[in-house]
Design a protein around this ligand. Structure first.
Ligand SMILES: *Cc1c(COP(=O)(O)O)cnc(C)c1O
Length: 402
């Protein structure tokens, strides 16, 4: 079947809840993906930062294969010999006391919400069923009905109500907005250290620390959603480390499995996680041995291949190269680590299509932003190549790129 055949089949039988670029990928290796015609592309999305370790990393593939043929699923009704080592490794890495394993990012966010609320009632002493969680405009925390209920993106919400109460949405990067929203019923702040889907919005220096200070002062949990910003993307293992703060809980997903399998986790301090007792919360697949084995290897690759360091080194280099592009339609280039936004004064789709023709896959976000987030295994030469493609496309008049 050719490209058109695959696209027609998917469009005829699949739900239309995405608008993908029309490239049909067949295989991948490292930063490169290959379509059904064998044409290769540099992947500058990395599955929304789920494949920070690069596609089909041989060590992670081997761990998956090995574990799949040994033991894949027991459910948490029984113990398995991968869960303990995995929790130990993740709590070491995060400096957190305990790990609650889930599968998708949204589930880990839901877990954080449940933990925060129950902590609010049992530890802080908030009156039953009145707890509030502070979240931010332009947030993205996933797609469940509770989570989209506190989204500020109309398309994420419209048609899906009624929504769960108990969330206060305040302006991002505005400390006084957080202060004003806090009251005796506030149990937690859930925040993205950099808003990814919001368009790689980087708050002012000191903002996160100020929010964290405020949380400690008012006995409110500070929970960082590091699903996209974590695991090396910004040049630190976790983005909150740029601010030298210690959250009460951290939500992790995406690259936790190196793109091999859905693996997520909520990790937290003892006092927070201890609100859960047997039967309170769970997941059939959460913490299964296959997921644990894959995540152990994915984390080992991240540290042993020094991918966080690479992101810290190549990110600023990439940024500098992109800032030297002279194009009348580029309004701003910003980023942290290998997470870069090229903000245009118009819709970015045409330029993304032009980049695709040149062998580089980027997906626009918020219409006018080209997001660049390659696997962290990218080399300096590949960064040079990518920067040149962007230069050619963006320095060509928009109309000529159609
Ligand atoms: C992707 C993402 C999620 C949701 O993860 P899923 O695995 O798609 O459910 C939540 N929070 C942030 C910050 C994300 O980027």
């Amino acid at each position: 079947m050719d490209t058109k055949g695959f696209i027609d089949l998917e469009d005829r039988h699949g739900a239309h809840n995405y608008h993908p670029l029309d490239v049909v990928i067949h295989r991948a290796e490292g930063v490169w993906v290959y379509d059904v015609d064998g044409k290769k592309y540099l992947d500058c999305l990395a599955a929304y930062s789920a494949v920070n370790q690069g596609h089909c990393h041989p060590r992670i593939v081997a761990a998956l294969q090995q574990q799949a043929s040994t033991l894949a699923l027991t459910s948490r009704a029984f113990r398995n010999d991968r869960l303990g080592p995995y929790c130990a490794m993740l709590s070491d890495l995060t400096g957190m006391d305990r790990v609650l394993p889930m599968n998708t990012g949204a589930e880990a966010v839901e877990t954080a919400i449940k933990a925060a609320r129950k902590w609010g009632y049992t530890v802080k002493g908030i009156e039953k069923d009145t707890a509030e969680i502070i979240v931010f405009d332009q947030n993205f925390h996933g797609r469940t009905t509770t989570i989209v209920g506190f989204s500020t993106d109309p398309q994420s919400r419209d048609g899906f109500g009624p929504f769960t109460p108990g969330f206060r949405v305040v302006k991002y990067n505005d400390l006084s907005a957080v202060r004003e929203a806090m009251n005796d019923r506030t149990c937690a702040v859930i925040i993205e250290p950099i808003q990814g889907e919001g368009g790689i919005i980087i708050p002012d220096e000191g903002y996160l620390r100020d929010v964290w200070d405020l949380c400690r002062e008012r006995n409110v949990l500070f929970i960082a959603d590091e699903i996209q910003s974590g695991l090396g993307r910004t040049g630190k293992m976790f983005c909150y480390q740029w601010d030298g703060i210690e959250p009460d809980g951290v939500i992790i997903g995406k690259a936790l499995s190196g793109g091999m399998y859905p693996v997520s986790a909520f990790v937290a301090r003892e006092e927070v996680m201890n609100v859960f007792t047997p039967g309170d919360h769970g997941s059939t697949y959460g913490g299964n041995p296959l997921a644990c084995a894959v995540a152990i290897e994915a984390l080992a690759v991240l540290t042993e291949d020094k991918l966080v360091e690479r992101s810290a080194e190549l990110g600023p280099y990439f940024l500098e190269r992109l800032r030297s592009i002279r194009s009348d339609r580029v309004k701003e280039v910003r980023g942290k680590g290998l997470w870069i936004a090229v903000v245009l004064d118009r819709a970015a789709r045409t330029d993304c299509e032009a980049l695709k023709e040149r062998g580089m896959l980027c997906k626009e976000t918020h219409e006018n932003i080209i997001r660049i987030a390659p696997p962290l295994v990218i080399t300096r030469e590949e960064v040079d190549w990518a920067a040149e493609q962007l230069r050619s496309v963006l320095e060509t008049p928009a109309d000529d790129n159609v």
